[in-house]
Design a protein around this ligand. Structure first.
Ligand SMILES: Nc1ncnc2c1ncn2[C@@H]1O[C@H](COP(=O)(O)OP(=O)(O)O)[C@@H](O)[C@H]1O
Ligand SMILES: [Mg+2]
Length: 286
């Protein structure tokens, strides 16, 4: 009996110690996370159980056919959705809802149209208790980081799509999040603007070393930016393959023309093509 108690005490201590031990070097962890929307015959299994570690300072890109559950996975880490099974940990603690430690940048249109650029970026710092003058100083600093210092007094409608996305990024950074969650942030931009912003994001990541989870349709974007490229299968999404490209550490935009880059691109392209065909057949069958 006494032994039993001691054993249980030990087990309890081990369980309490576990989160800290797990967290070493791991910023966020998906543990057997699955998601089903709806119920009965209308239910959609969006994600099969997925386990994935996002290392501290990593830049993780999720790629996969449309509808495979990428946004769902990101939203579960953001705290906007709850997992049907499994759990998500950040720094070893379960995610229970949205939190300023996780900064989210949407595809487009998330700026406050009635506020100028500076006030859009200052909004988060004010919400977390900074004085208006402190918040504006922080906002100015991050507008400078994204190259928009001279647009502080403009309104969102006066900016191009690319500039609006840069404001969105500055706004996320101004909250000093520990992880940035970005769902196809450049999808609505033209190719040239996208390439310039990719270089900018790479520079920001190299300087700030924020942990990033990034969703993209573009294999090139993923290879150019990511330390880890996670390829997902057609719905219900699961992890099909993971790649560890080294191009994120390069300063040279021309890495995209290197033989290594091309080889990895072709390999991921082949995987995604198979999954896209599977997704298409799924849609046709419905
Ligand atoms: N709120 C929801 N209710 C019902 N089904 C949803 C909901 N959100 C997403 N889905 C479905 O879950 C699947 C995955 O969606 P999503 O995560 O948006 O995919 P992706 O971002 O990879 O394109 C899709 O089939 C989508 O229709
Ligand atoms: Mg999506």
């Amino acid at each position: 009996m006494e032994q039993d108690l001691a054993g249980r005490q030990q087990a309890k201590q081990a369980a309490q110690a576990a989160p800290a031990a797990q967290a070493a070097g791991v910023k966020a962890r998906f543990e057997e996370v699955s998601k089903r929307f709806g119920s009965g015959s209308d239910a959609v299994q969006a994600l099969q159980p997925i386990s994935l570690d996002i290392a501290e300072n990593a830049f993780v890109c999720l790629v996969g056919p449309s509808g495979c559950g990428k946004t769902t996975l990101l939203n579960i880490l953001a705290g906007f959705e709850t997992a049907t099974t499994g759990r998500v940990l950040m720094d070893g603690r379960p995610v229970e809802g949205p939190d300023a430690r996780r900064g989210v940048v949407f595809q487009q249109g998330a700026l406050f149209t009635w506020m100028n650029v500076l006030d859009n970026v200052a909004f988060g710092p004010i919400a977390t208790g900074k004085s208006p003058s402190q918040a504006r100083a922080i906002a100015s600093q991050f507008l400078d980081v994204v190259g928009l210092a001279s647009f502080a007094r403009r309104y969102p409608y006066e900016l191009s799509g690319g500039m609006q996305q840069r404001v969105g990024i500055a706004r996320a950074l101004a909250n000093d999040p520990e992880i940035l969650l970005m769902d196809e942030p450049f999808a609505a931009l033209d190719a040239q603007t996208r390439e310039l912003l990719q270089e900018e994001i790479k520079r920001i990541w190299q300087n700030t070393r924020k942990t990033v989870l990034w969703i993209t349709h573009s294999i090139e974007e993923a290879l150019f930016l990511a330390t880890d490229v996670v390829v997902m299968s057609a719905r219900p999404g699961r992890i099909k393959a993971t790649f560890r490209p080294q191009f994120a550490h390069s300063e040279d935009p021309a890495v995209v023309a290197s033989a290594d880059f091309m080889r990895m691109k072709a390999e991921i392209f082949g995987l995604l093509r198979g999954e896209a065909l599977a997704a298409q057949r799924q849609e046709e069958a419905q």
